[in-house]
Write a protein that binds this ligand. Sequence first.
Ligand code: NI
Length: 179
Amino acid sequence: MAIRDILKMGDPRLLRLAKPVEEFDTEALHALVRDMQETMHAALGVGIAAPQIGVDLQVVIFGTGQPSVRYPQAPIIPKTVLINPVLQPLSDSAEDGWEGCLSVPGMRGLVPRYTHMKYSGFDPKGQYLEREVSGFHARVIQHECDHLLGILYPMRIKDMTQFGFAEVLFPELDPDSDD
Ligand code: NI
């Protein structure tokens, strides 16, 4: 297990279309998920995608089952590993919300996302998983799955006046949190 370096915006590896996982329940896949969990926890993130540590596969993890240090007001999301995800909006309803990203440290931006989503995929053992979610949970899954399409949240911002440094936009936030 290891805490891995998180790639930052500007690295072309963040812009690739990630490949589907073809073999489940392998030692390599379990090791990747463990590294992603350690890296996300060390960075106090609420989610991370494999491309953020330079791995070109459709694997995302999110949720800690506990209140987030970086988003203390946010609802608790169960600890989830999602492989080869498929997303489907359940309505046209969308809302703006502030996002940050471990690959865009120190910044926050206001991003429109679908409010209600259905998502499905597989866990590391190959078990099928399907959920219908809304609000913050729906936002997080859209953000993480965007990483698999080579999309970073600044590319989704409609009004660039609503993009800036977290310490300026939200001075009450913990300054030790590096993103
Ligand atoms: Ni991100």
